[in-house]
Structures are given as structure tokens and as C-alpha cells.
Design a protein around this ligand. Structure first.
Ligand code: AR6
Length: 169
């Protein structure tokens, strides 16, 4: 199972996978960070499809086409805004990974790439977020595994360091 999880440092919009996951907001109408990057590369058609989805609750996920991206699909999930850890943030972040993986399975995706959801603008502590990402994905892959590859596409060096250490052991 371990060798199907890959950590790469770089821009998720460049990846040729069945699905990339977007760390979106409740409107699903774009924003900054990875969300902005995905919409920029995918093009206006992505925004048009997103408008038809009428937003997304925190912890949930919705799927669209990838348009001009190398990825076939975009799975938009909405991470929690960190408010100190007493507002269910950990469970909500776990739900982002669970619901994104469910959509990947339902759409017969063989490869999926995740960014470090909530660790930018939403300020979730990076170590804790990486730990949740790792354990949630590993638990899912133990139960059901029709995927060939799960990639963590990690943009910033601080997160890349954290992920590299976490997945070494
Ligand atoms: N590829 C991969 N990861 C990236 C990229 C990229 N091209 N660009 C940034 N990251 P953030 P959030 C990393 O802020 O914290 C948006 O405005 C970044 O280094 O994108 O979930 C939405 O519309 C960080 O580690 O998402 C929401 O309003 C990680 O992606 C809000 O930000 C997540 O940072 C969501 O905040």
C-alpha cells in the first residue's frame, strides 16, 4: 500500500492524473491559493460548471471536469477554517479526504492528487493536517483499493518537509 502513495513537491495543476483535489471555499466560485491556480489553468468553463453546483458544505466534496487541466476531473472539497481546534476542525478535515476519495472511487479514478487542504489561507496547523491526511488516506486504502496512485502534491517547503518526514517511517 505504501508504494502507491507518492509525495511530490510542486504545482498540482501540472499533474496528469484522473483527479486533482481543489481546496475550495463554500461558494465553489474560486479564490486564491490552489483554488485560484486550478481555475486559472482550467479556464472559464470550470467556473461555469461550478456555478451549477450551488456551493459545497465544509467537509464535503463535489466533482467537475478538468477542462484545460491535464487532470480529467477536479474534486472540489472545502476544508475547515482553523479556529483553535475546538470547532470540529479535525473531523471536518478528515471528511474532506474521505469524501474526495469516495468521489474518486465512484468515478472510477485510478489516480488522484491532493494538496495540503486547509493549511494555507485557512491556517490549519500543518503538522496536524498532514497527520490527518496520512492516516485518513491509509485507512481508506486498507478498506477499499481500486486506485493505483495517491499523490500528495505539496507546494510549500515547510509542508513538503513535514510530509517527507511523516511518510518516511
Ligand atoms: N499546487 C499545490 N498546492 C498549492 C498550490 C498549487 N498550485 N498553490 C498553493 N498550494 P490554500 P486553504 C498549497 O490557501 O488553506 C482559497 O482562497 C498551499 O501552499 O490554497 O484550504 C479558497 O478559495 C497550501 O499548503 O487553501 C478558500 O477561500 C495549500 O495549498 C481558501 O483559499 C492550501 O492552501 C482555502 O484555504
Amino acid at each position: 500500500m505504501h508504494n502507491m502513495i507518492e509525495i511530490i513537491q510542486g504545482d498540482i495543476t501540472k499533474l496528469e492524473v484522473d483527479a486533482i483535489v481543489n481546496a475550495a471555499n463554500n461558494s465553489l466560485l474560486g479564490g486564491g491559493g490552489v483554488d485560484g491556480a486550478i481555475h486559472r489553468v482550467a479556464g472559464i468553463e470550470l467556473l461555469e460548471e461550478c456555478k451549477l453546483l450551488y456551493g459545497c458544505n465544509t467537509g464535503e466534496a463535489k466533482i467537475t471536469n478538468g477542462y484545460n487541466l491535464a487532470a480529467k476531473h477536479v474534486i472540489h472539497t472545502v476544508g475547515p477554517i482553523w479556529k483553535g481546534g475546538l470547532d470540529n476542525e479535525q473531523i471536518l478535515l478528515e471528511n474532506c479526504y474521505i469524501n474526495s476519495m469516495r468521489l474518486a472511487f465512484e468515478n472510477n479514478c485510478k489516480s488522484i492528487a491532493f494538496p495540503a487542504i486547509s493549511t494555507g489561507v485557512y491556517r490549519f496547523p500543518k503538522e496536524q493536517a498532514a497527520d490527518i491526511a496520512k492516516h485518513t488516506i491509509q485507512n481508506i486504502l486498507k478498506e477499499k483499493n481500486s486506485l493505483e496512485k495517491v499523490i500528495f502534491a505539496i507546494f510549500d517547503l515547510e509542508n513538503y518537509d513535514i510530509y517527507s518526514h511523516l511518510f518516511k517511517g
